[in-house]
Ligand binder design. Sequence first.
Ligand SMILES: C[S@@+](CC[C@H](N)C(=O)[O-])C[C@H]1O[C@@H](n2cnc3c(N)ncnc32)[C@H](O)[C@@H]1O
Length: 523
Amino acid sequence: MAEEEEQLQQLRAKATELFIREEWNASIEAYSHFITLCTQKLFRSHPNQKLRRSLCIALCNRAEARSKLKDFHSALQDCNHALELDNTHSKTLLCKGKILLCLNRYSSALECFRALDGNTESVSGYLERCKTLELLSKTGCLDLSDWVSNGFRGKVPELAEHIGPVEIRKSEISGRGLFVTKNIDAGSLMLVTKAIAMERSIIMGGVQDLSEDAQLAMWKNFIDKVFEFVGKCPKTRGLINRLSCGENEDELEVPDVGLFRPESECVGKDVEVEVAVDMVKLVGTLDANSLTEDAVSANVMRRGNDCYGVGLWLLPSFINHSCIPNARRLHVGDYLVVHASKDLKAGEEITFAYFDPLCGLSKRKEMSVNWGIHCKCKRCRFEGEVFSKQEIREIEIGLERGMDVGGVVYKLEEQMKRFKVRVKEKGYLRASFWEAYSQAYRSERAMKRWGRRIPTLEVVVDSVTDVVGGDHRLLKMMLVEELKKNSGGVVEKDKVFKMAREVFGKVVKKQAMKTLLELCIGD
Ligand SMILES: C[S@@+](CC[C@H](N)C(=O)[O-])C[C@H]1O[C@@H](n2cnc3c(N)ncnc32)[C@H](O)[C@@H]1O
């Protein structure tokens, strides 16, 4: 007996020392040994308060060590076990609250901090933080004004998970899609969600400056990170299992959006059963669902785009592609903020542009091959017919061969009149020939020659925006034009702010939006 006691004492001392030295893996191992022996002894002996207390402290310390290694699932189990032994153990309550906060489970975290009699400064700090984040999570009222106005200096503001009026349903595009459940106007936030994992590379120019080797290394590190995370968290594993690998999508089940709320604990049977991570399936899933920060439908919220990142965000993985997209996203730290880039009607499917919607059908077809998709949106269907017409093919070939851009625009407008193309569909073709339009409007020579014979920049920007939603390139053209008219004065037009909200979302107040507009002009 004395020997057993001695062994326990030694083990505890060793585990504590490793814990203090922040050797997390070794301390977890030592605590695990101690916890097993301690539990066996408790089982055999009469009620022993001292032993229960030692076990509670060991479980709490192992929870802390595990949370340092981001193994939140096991850390939470340790906390719960420790609280079964002593439900008022303050160190465990604090540790559990912090873990729940990391998992964005604000109301459960709040319960822990409240149980702690929030007198100490650190506890009241956590309480306030939880309350703010819980409110933010419920309302989705994001305000990044201060951070933007301060030139993105300081820490990235703390965001909270938010699921707006959306649901997952069968999609006519492919498999499942994300849909709005009520009418919302352009700029409204629909989702704010943190990445399961992200990997970033520092680059000087664009992603094109990142060597193939560097891109491969980044992709490999990203896969390893997701693999590690998924291995530790059954809930995430269950959720990732529900994402598409890009094949047989129409046979996939439609999960309830509620499963993706951080507070939802149960993800189905496969969570209780320990499912091993299938690496091949995981890579396929990441291939079909990962998003990059530099995509056309994304803005990175920070000064200077010297970083290129790839990440996986669960709920946004249900957003399908369309060449007439209605949503865009902002990347703020590891968070993804999805907003409507057009007014949306209840029941409408939310779509991103996976690739550039401001280019012609053949280029879009080329790009869609990389995604393994065959887009059949209204625009692709309409353009499929139009681009088979000799007259439109000739304009396209003329452009490829370096024909005067003003002439290209003029010919296209004339053909659209001749074919009696409807207003919306004019927007499709103008979006496809946007490069020619934008070059023509920027060229003094072209405008001198063709200016009076082609529609104004404002008319074209309006009709293209109507099709592709807010886009930073369209916004920039409009801003430059307005600045010319206002001889360099600050742009105050409501129309400019409306488009800025479509591009950036309603995340800043008017003054900070001016900062974003200045950055957009300087881009
Ligand atoms: C991010 S997921 C989108 C959600 C997916 N439909 C699902 O059921 O989980 C991307 C996959 O959706 C499909 N997809 C997305 N947009 C598409 C489109 N416009 N046309 C055909 N397939 C599309 C492709 O299989 C792609 O690999």
